[in-house]
Write a protein that binds this ligand. Structure first.
Ligand code: HEC
Ligand code: HEC
Ligand code: HEC
Ligand code: HEC
Ligand code: HEC
Length: 281
């Protein structure tokens, strides 16, 4: 066996030793995130409606943002025996009519828009609530895909839903385009943080608008969000034109330098020719 392979075999155990701490960490709490709470441990081992929430929640936007069982349901996530005691703030599972308040503890603006809407006013009388549209445990990042023929026609026709969707869609496209333009600026070394911040806040205000389910209010709100976005678009256009003027001057400088180079070559050549002629004489 050559020496190269012997030393390679010797490194193997070493690599294994180096990997040990990482493997141990994996055992404790999973690759990402903190150790499991008692809620996850006990419910994770149960079947049916008591066990399902754990798997659904694993892939949710809430899990991604560190919102766990006890953040919604209350209770003590560290004590097996007392976990679901009302003394430890356990709230249980909300009834249908309580859900907007339950979710609205954290999503205050959405809750207010919703309660004020035709949907909110029909709560408990056939109107949809948060979970009807977003689900309870498998909540995903919100998008216009939630407004679709299948989900919105359970209770009424799609006509009004389609108008709201259309009003929102044009703004959605605008936001996408701006985000792409901002990325392009970032790639050529422009500081884009303030621009990004403006688009981000306009985007949040805009995504909330839906809950009014009021075509007129969506149009009004869309107008002010669009005005915000137009300002960002104007600033991007300015930066681009500054960049292209810089490029133009860069181009002109290169051409001038080339011309100067050619001229000096020509001059040198005539000079040398004259010298040669002089020497010939
Ligand atoms: C030792 C096991 C165990 C632990 C720990 C535990 N649960 Fe439960 N949980 C149960 C069982 C069993 C039920 C069904 C019987 C009942 O409602 O008491 C239940 C029911 C529930 C319900 C439904 C209640 C309802 O009104 O229908 C919720 C919500 C819930 N648990 C959340 C939690 C949360 C949040 C935690 C952690 C703070 C937690 N559980 C910890 C075993 C557990
Ligand atoms: C974003 C808030 C939220 C989080 C996080 C959350 N739940 Fe729930 N959970 C709810 C809501 C809302 C309901 C009532 C749902 C309904 O009526 O559709 C509910 C219902 C339940 C129920 C009763 C199910 C039934 O069919 O009776 C159990 C059990 C439960 N949750 C356990 C958990 C466990 C365990 C976790 C953590 C893995 C968890 N929940 C995380 C919001 C949440
Ligand atoms: C009729 C269906 C429906 C109901 C009811 C509903 N939503 Fe939404 N929600 C949507 C749609 C559709 C969007 C995405 C709109 C968009 O992309 O412009 C959304 C967006 C969101 C967002 C992201 C926007 C933001 O401001 O961060 C949150 C959070 C949210 N909903 C929470 C809730 C809560 C909490 C409730 C109950 C109070 C609720 N939703 C009720 C359909 C619904
Ligand atoms: C304890 C606080 C808390 C509760 C209660 C809560 N959420 Fe959230 N929710 C968050 C946080 C934090 C995020 C991630 C940050 C963000 O995007 O707003 C989030 C994100 C979301 C999003 C994605 C927002 C987006 O930008 O697309 C939706 C939709 C949502 N929650 C719906 C719900 C629903 C429905 C309920 C009730 C079943 C609920 N939330 C209960 C804290 C909470
Ligand atoms: C669980 C039943 C239910 C579901 C699901 C539902 N709606 Fe509604 N919707 C209602 C009720 C009830 C009203 C109020 C009575 C009416 O105007 O028909 C309403 C009214 C509306 C209105 C009219 C508001 C106004 O100012 O006149 C719009 C727009 C609307 N819904 C859009 C949607 C969209 C978009 C979805 C799907 C994301 C949806 N709805 C899903 C029950 C529902």
């Amino acid at each position: 066996m050559t020496t190269c392979c012997k030393s390679w075999i010797l490194t193997l155990p070493l690599l294994f030793l180096l990997a040990l701490p990482a493997l141990a960490a994996e055992d404790e709490g999973g690759a990402a995130g903190p150790a499991k709470t008692v809620c996850q441990q006990c419910h994770g081992g149960m079947q049916g409606r008591l066990g399902a929430p754990v798997g659904d929640w694993e892939h949710s936007v809430h899990r991604e943002n560190g919102i766990s069982c006890h953040d919604c349901h209350g209770g003590d996530p560290t004590d097996f025996a007392m976990a679901m005691s009302p003394d430890r703030g356990f709230l249980g599972a909300p009834e249908e009519a309580e859900i907007p308040a339950f979710c609205g503890r954290c999503h205050i603006g959405v809750r207010d828009d919703y309660l004020d809407s035709k949907h909110g006013r029909a709560l408990g009388e056939g109107g949809p609530q948060c979970v009807t549209c977003h689900g309870n445990h498998a909540v995903q990042r919100a998008s216009l895909a939630l407004i679709n023929d299948k989900d919105c026609t359970r209770c009424h026709s799609f006509g009004r839903a389609a108008r709201i969707r259309a009003a929102l869609a044009s703004t959605d496209n605008k936001i996408d385009d701006l985000e792409k333009a901002i990325d392009a600026l970032r790639r050529v070394g422009i500081a884009v943080k303030p621009l990004r911040g403006k688009v981000f806040s306009a985007r949040n205000n805009f995504h909330r608008l839906f809950h009014t389910v009021d075509v007129d209010r969506v149009h009004e709100g869309t107008a002010s969000v669009q005005a915000e976005l137009d300002k960002v678009a104007g600033r991007i256009a300015e930066i681009r034109s500054e960049l292209s003027t810089r490029k133009l001057w860069g181009g002109i400088t290169v051409v001038l330098l080339l011309v100067a180079g050619v001229l000096s070559l020509l001059l040198r050549k005539t000079y040398q020719d004259e010298e040669r002629e002089e020497a010939d004489r």
